[in-house]
Design a protein around this ligand. Structure first.
Ligand SMILES: C[S@@+](CC[C@H](N)C(=O)[O-])C[C@H]1O[C@@H](n2cnc3c(N)ncnc32)[C@H](O)[C@@H]1O
Length: 214
């Protein structure tokens, strides 16, 4: 059986120990804005963002244990204390541990594409996702999504464009193939080296009063 490497880092949190929302304020020692990255992989994007944005409290989440370990090691090497690495399943974690309207930003980079048509319902960002995540985003929160998979990028841009609670920050473009200053993750670099284009999508959550009546 596959053995799980224990992670002793002070930056690590195991989702199985988080039953409800912890006091993020107490955990970070400040009440800086909370930012979440879902599927941080080995953490190269997460540590770049946390390092560039010391004014954020950065939650790097993945259910891949070795990725969490590598992310912790990277963050510790850089002496970062504004990041916590969480091993958990994304939806369950958000529902259990994130207070409504508390995220300042959300990043999802190169999520598993589930390329076959019959698998698409397994995609993390699907038709139901904007409604789900909107409850946890502050008004004005940024949502960044990146993928190399044409069909996923185009679909997410469409899903968000159709949602009354999100505003496209790349207008008039539905997506771009380059975003100035956006760090490259491991998978982005891998796909770019293969000659693939990345689809970057950037939306912003609108204040509640902009919501269309039901
Ligand atoms: C293709 S990798 C991309 C990793 C990284 N974002 C990058 O761009 O290099 C997708 C990652 O998302 C994680 N992941 C997929 N679904 C997840 C979920 N529901 N909850 C937590 N992590 C998830 C996987 O374990 C994997 O590490």
């Amino acid at each position: 059986m596959h053995q799980m490497i224990p992670i002793a880092s002070p930056l690590f949190l195991s989702g199985s120990h988080l039953e409800g929302p912890p006091s993020w304020q107490q955990l970070f020692g400040n009440d800086n804005p909370l930012v979440l990255e879902i599927g941080c992989g080995v953490g190269d994007f997460a540590v770049q963002m946390a390092e560039r944005n010391p004014q954020w409290n950065y939650l790097a989440l993945d259910f891949y244990n070795k990725g969490c370990l590598k992310t912790c090691n990277r963050a510790e090497r850089l002496g970062l204390n504004n990041i916590r690495v969480i091993r958990d399943e994304a939806r369950s974690f958000v529902q259990r541990c994130i207070a409504p309207a508390s995220l300042r930003a959300l990043f999802i980079n190169c999520p598993d594409p589930w390329p076959k048509r019959r698998q698409r319902k397994r995609r993390l960002v699907n038709d139901a996702f904007p409604d789900f995540i909107n409850a946890y985003l502050q008004p004005g929160a940024d949502f960044f999504f990146a993928t190399d998979f044409d069909d996923y990028g185009i679909d997410v841009a469409r899903i968000l464009a159709d949602h009354p609670q999100f505003e496209n920050m790349l207008t008039p473009d539905p997506w771009r193939h380059d975003l100035d200053g956006y760090p490259r993750s491991k998978y982005m670099r891998k796909f770019m080296a293969e000659g693939k284009q990345i689809y970057f999508v950037h939306y912003r959550a609108l204040p509640a009063e902009r919501k269309e009546p039901a």
